[in-house]
Design a protein around this ligand. Structure first.
Ligand code: SIN
Length: 480
């Protein structure tokens, strides 16, 4: 059974126009389901439901809200297999990864449930004895979220968990490619006791729904995960209403392997971070910078490791690399590889998308290794969002850091070294919000996730995420 209607004010409803759109399995192009093609009117109805629910929800205790979030997380964990299979069908990622994402997604509810209890205020010594100064943290009110297709569950719970824990209500607009995971989560939320209007989900037209989020005065925060271009557009559009934005945008992560690195660890980290979700991850390494002394050895080991990967439909046991999300994604990855080869890079494996078996789409981009990458190539400047490892040599630490920082993006960076002094030097020098030192998998609900420069504004995860969904109020109390 799958939920295919929108959730507005606790009621499952079609789009006001009655229109629907197809959700396709990227591995086969089969229609998995049809969901409402909502627009502005649907978004406004959801925002107004969230506004009506807001006063009552904010007046509940943090403990009450936490209990609901824990129940919701527990039901996600109990139903991991069902949710993971649904995610694999609409998104394509291997089942093992989808199961991992459900656990990751549930951990955001669990973390936020407890953080909501720690929204402490402060009492500040006043400048005169007849006053007291208090600082309160209060929920911002109605919030909205626009979430991406690459992590159909975790990018919702990372926003929804802290919003609900803080006492805010929310309207979620999931990606058109992956609305079913969002609707399944919303069903579990209703069963866990999230009251009508506190969570609303509207699927459909991103332009119309996004415009309603930005223009409606009730919406106090819009949280978006997606491309830098769309993030810039939202910033421009928010100028009139001054809606607070929380933005997790594009990345272009460097992955630096120094000459003193543990190469086994570096290769394992590179494979884990680069091929997770077929490279369709904002924190996926996009530029491999390898010291010339270990370059040949690193590349030889990467070639062996790539040969162990298996492309295929995510629902098949043993598959490590699923399809890319659509034909445009395949075309972009191919263009990056072709551009690199045309400019002198050497293709060691992969390089094109294949159709692993009859009945499947030709969207399975083979794990690809390129050597001889240089700064002139597109993959040195643009996010590839695919399973491509492009290796560029460097000679010293200063050069590696300079290349790593030579980008407008600043989401995640990785480096491998055994030198403790270098760990501090390089970690401090990298202009990135997340730095993995000898660690290709830094994501966790407990730490702040977010970027510098064109990679976004604000942080999700850890205690910092609560700042996105709360206002600071200063109360000056005259004692009379
Ligand atoms: C993303 O790609 O935006 C999220 C990745 C993560 O949370 O690890």
């Amino acid at each position: 059974m799958m939920q295919t209607l929108n959730l507005v004010d606790g009621v499952w409803i079609p789009a006001q126009t009655g229109e629907t759109f197809d959700v396709l399995d990227p591995a086969t192009d089969e229609v998995v389901a049809r969901v409402p093609n909502g627009g502005r009117a649907d978004a406004v109805a959801a925002i107004e439901a969230a506004a009506r629910a807001q006063p009552r929800w904010r007046s509940t205790t943090a403990d009450h809200r936490a209990a609901i979030l824990w129940r919701l997380a527990a039901s996600m964990r109990t139903q991991t297999d069902r949710l993971a299979r649904l995610m694999t069908r609409e998104q394509g990622k291997p089942l093992a990864e989808a199961r991992g994402e459900i656990a990751y997604a549930a951990s955001f509810f669990e973390w936020a449930a407890e953080e909501g209890k720690r929204l402490h205020g402060e009492v500040i010594p006043a400048p005169t004895s007849d006053k007291r100064i208090m600082v309160l943290r209060q929920p911002v009110g109605v919030t909205a979220a626009i979430t991406p297709w690459n992590f159909p569950a975790a990018m919702i719970t990372r926003k929804l968990g802290p919003a609900l824990a803080a006492g805010c209500t929310m309207v979620v607009k999931p990606a058109e490619q992956t609305p079913l995971s969002a609707l399944a989560l919303a069903e579990l939320a209703v069963d866990a006791g999230v009251p009508p209007g506190v969570l609303n989900v509207v699927t459909g037209d991103p332009e119309a729904i996004g415009a309603a989020f930005l223009e409606h005065p009730a919406v106090r925060v819009l949280s978006f995960t997606g491309s830098t271009e769309v993030g810039q557009h939202l910033v421009a559009r928010s100028a009139q209403t001054l809606t607070r934005l929380s933005l997790e945008l594009g990345g272009h992560a460097p992955f630096i392997v120094f000459d003193d690195a543990d190469l086994d660890a570096a290769v394992a980290g590179a494979i884990a971070s680069k091929f997770r979700n077929a490279g369709q991850t904002c924190i996926s390494p996009n530029r491999f910078l390898v010291h010339h002394a270990v370059h040949d050895e690193f590349c030889a080991r990467m070639l062996e490791a790539c040969a162990m990967l298996r492309s295929g439909p995510g629902c098949e046991e043993g598959v490590t690399t699923g399809p890319l999300i659509d034909d445009a994604a395949v075309a972009k990855v191919k263009a990056h590889v072709d551009d690199a080869v045309a400019r002198g890079a050497v293709l060691r494996c992969g390089g094109e998308a294949v159709r692993p078996a009859a009945g499947l789409t030709p969207r399975f981009f083979a794990p690809t290794l390129l050597e001889g990458v240089d700064g002139s190539m597109r993959l040195s400047h643009e996010e590839t969002f695919g399973p491509v490892v492009g290796v560029r040599e460097f000679s010293d630490e200063a050069e590696a850091v300079a290349i790593a920082n030579d980008t407008p993006y600043g989401l995640a960076a990785y480096f491998y070294t055994r030198d403790h002094a270098r760990v501090w030097r390089v970690a401090e020098a990298l202009e990135y919000g997340i730095v993995g030192v000898n660690d290709g998998a830094p994501s966790t609900a407990r730490a702040p996730f977010g970027g510098m420069k064109h990679s976004g504004m604000g942080r999700e995860g850890g205690r910092w995420v609560m700042d996105e969904y709360t206002e600071i109020k200063y109360v000056s109390w005259g004692l009379g």
